[in-house]
Design a protein around this ligand. Sequence first.
Ligand SMILES: C[S@@+](CC[C@H](N)C(=O)[O-])C[C@H]1O[C@@H](n2cnc3c(N)ncnc32)[C@H](O)[C@@H]1O
Length: 229
Amino acid sequence: MNPDLNTVLRINRTKAQAKESYDKMSSYYDFFAGVFELKYRNLGLKRLNIARGETVLEIGFGTGHCLKQMAEAVGEEGRVHGIDISSGMLTVSQRRLEKSRLWNRVELTCDDAMNMPYADNQFNAVFSSFNLELFDSPEIPLVLAEIRRVLKPNGRFGVVSMSKDAGNSPFLKMYEWSHENFPQYMDCRPIYVEQSIKDAGFEIQSRDRVSMLGLPGDIVIGIKPAARP
Ligand SMILES: C[S@@+](CC[C@H](N)C(=O)[O-])C[C@H]1O[C@@H](n2cnc3c(N)ncnc32)[C@H](O)[C@@H]1O
């Protein structure tokens, strides 16, 4: 039986509030979240298997660790794009890429990913870690439709996200309670990752279920089906 997507908690803050919060966090984000998220981001990138010469996109790139790995993977012939709502995050990422001499392969945009400035069928792969669960429930199908639009046929979408798919453990319920009561500190919340991606018309290539400090997470690779002749 398909999960009831209506049981996913809502996101009530405005985009301006999200931008302000991540701008403030950008200078110290790596100290409190970086270590916790590293292992799962890396597994997501491994599963996405980016190849030399590819054109790829990261949504919600944060402090740019994955952008750096993506730029190394595509090589000089490839291209990496990124979109993030926070100009503070963009500045930190740009600094990292300049230091690594990879900035010439990368193009970053500061905007809400609901407004993707990219052409149809542009990317071989799109990656997003700890970002999809920040969109409000009615926005998730819209942002996934945008990701599908900008991917080439057979293109891969890799997502790392907190997940509700493993059922409601007491720890998950406690986390959801914290999100409802302290949304300014617990901005993300678990979503039905695999079902949302399937509903958006992707075929599931793989799914890894992980435990992130006791909270369930999913790393899913979806494929945009090739257009039928
Ligand atoms: C929890 S952080 C994750 C950062 C990075 N992906 C990682 O795994 O370390 C979420 C990121 O998504 C960005 N973000 C939040 N809402 C966004 C939106 N609507 N459009 C684009 N980026 C957004 C934030 O600015 C932040 O950089």
